[in-house]
Unconditional design. Sequence first.
Length: 81
Amino acid sequence: MDGIIKITGFATLLFFSVQACASLVLQGTRIIFPSDKKAVGIQLTNYSEQATLTQSWVDEGNLDSTPETTNAPFIVTPPRY
């Protein structure tokens, strides 16, 4: 009986799973900043036919960090708001 409940629960999760489609895609998830460079670029592509609103910031890895409280020595330019 326990196996039937597990199989039914798993099948239900598969039935209700949702597909996510991103319209805004970054070139990568991490940016390596060489010490001899003054700037590093990353490509941001909007695959949607509609304009997309985004917010970008650099932080030190603190999960509670916000754009107002971050103390990272880098900035995002031009701003993407």
